[in-house]
Design a protein around this ligand. Structure first.
Ligand code: NAD
Ligand code: UFG
Length: 339
């Protein structure tokens, strides 16, 4: 049985991926410093799956801690989720973002080399397509110009991983470019639990629905889109997690670098999201239209053909599923993982 190390695995996408890996017969080791998560998510992963996770509290920048983990477990592949991800915060704290996101990557690569582990999957983002490319994005497009330090860390980490693979032909590196992950596991036991005021649309919608926020502001309704609000490629987090299992199966069969978009290929507008959430959950949300948010693109969506062609992966869940599952998680856990 192969063992996968999830760096940053207690977070939103990592915890959902842990469930799917365990259900597919992989062993899972998680390392997280709980900068944006808590150990409760992994307890719940164990409840959902009935399987144990080896859980380590450590900073992924800290090589001595990583070496202990690699010597106590025979790691076959790494999935690197560990990173800071708030776009607005990264503009205010660029040095912290570059330090954390790039150093975690370098420490992982150095430790992998020491322990002769050559397989890594990296959590990249559609943000690397930048402002210059045209939708739908395809993997061979050049990385574009980002509007914030968070995005640049993803561009730089992709470059670091590509250079490392070039210098080490036995390595297998997969860059997964996520579009907009939303929703939650259908059990309602794990989900997204942002600290403070959510930056992203869906956690904000869920907190308005549960009464933690008064109303949603929709940022701009004068974009060149069918209803004037921005369009994004929202993907159910369980579909995304299953994409990681396919990528893990694949990473053991190849060498070099492979890039995959993980999205549905279908964009929805902010207004469509809000009205779908209201309809499927049978409620009204208080919202108003406000000015545009700086740095937002009118449209971002994937061409997801390559992941289907090479990984045999495509999304299965609908926007209705995403909205229902998000509400199940939020209504069961109004304060997230806090009691
Ligand atoms: P998350 O914040 O829930 O998970 C990231 C995890 O990494 C957290 O548990 C955090 O505590 C941990 N972490 C951060 N720095 C660490 C460090 N130095 N040492 C150990 N652990 C550390 O975020 P997520 O939504 O699950 O995202 C996972 C990855 O996917 C991130 O790299 C993110 O940038 C990327 N991504 C997310 C989205 C999205 O919309 N959620 C989109 C594209 C890419
Ligand atoms: N939005 C609102 N009101 C809110 C929050 C968001 O109208 O309170 C709108 C935004 O203006 C945007 C859409 O909802 O039009 C989606 O915004 P999100 O912040 O949820 O997502 P983004 O597409 O801006 O960003 C996400 C991730 C980034 C990643 C990017 C591209 O948060 O990390 O996708 O992959 F870089």
């Amino acid at each position: 049985m192969k063992t996968i190390l999830l760096a940053g695995g207690a977070g939103y996408i990592g915890s959902h991926t842990a469930v799917e890996l365990l259900n597919s017969g992989y062993n899972v080791v998680v390392v997280d410093n709980y900068a944006n998560s808590c150990p409760e998510s992994i307890k719940r992963v164990e409840k959902i799956t009935g399987k144990k996770v080896a859980l380590y509290e450590a900073d992924v920048k800290d090589k001595s801690k990583l070496e202990k983990i690699f010597s106590e477990n025979k790691i076959d592949a790494v999935i690197h989720f560990a990173g800071l991800k708030a776009v607005g915060e990264s503009v205010k704290m660029p040095v912290e973002y570059y330090r954390n996101n790039i150093d975690t990557t370098l420490s992982l690569l150095e430790t992998m080399k020491k322990f002769n582990v050559g397989n890594i999957i990296f959590s990249s983002s559609a943000t690397v397509y930048g402002e210059d490319n045209k939708v739908p994005y395809t993997e061979e497009m050049k990385r574009g110009t980002c509007t914030n330090p968070y995005g640049w860390t993803k561009v730089m980490m992709e470059q670091i991983l590509e250079d490392t693979a070039k210098a080490n032909p036995d390595m297998s590196v997969i860059l997964l470019r996520y579009f907009n992950p939303i929703g939650a596991h259908e059990s309602g036991m794990i989900g997204e639990d942002p600290q403070g005021i959510p930056n992203n649309l869906m956690p904000y919608v869920a907190q308005v629905a549960v009464g933690r926020r008064d109303h949603l502001t929709i940022y701009g309704n004068d974009y060149p889109t069918p209803d004037g609000t921005c369009r994004r490629d929202y993907i159910h987090v369980v579909d995304l997690a299953k994409g990681h299992v396919k990528a893990i199966d694949y990473v053991f069969t190849t060498k070099g670098v492979e890039i995959f978009n993980l999205g549905t290929g279908t964009p929805y507008s902010v207004t469509e999201i809000v009205t779908t959430f209201e309809r499927v959950n049978n409620m009204k949300l208080k919202y108003e239209y406000g000015p545009r948010r700086q740095g937002d693109l009118p449209e971002s969506y994937a061409n997801a053909d390559k992941a289907y062609r090479l990984l045999g992966w495509k999304t299965e869940k609908t926007l209705e599923d995403m909205c229902k599952d998000l509400w199940r998680w939020q209504s069961n856990n109004p304060n997230g993982y806090k009691k």
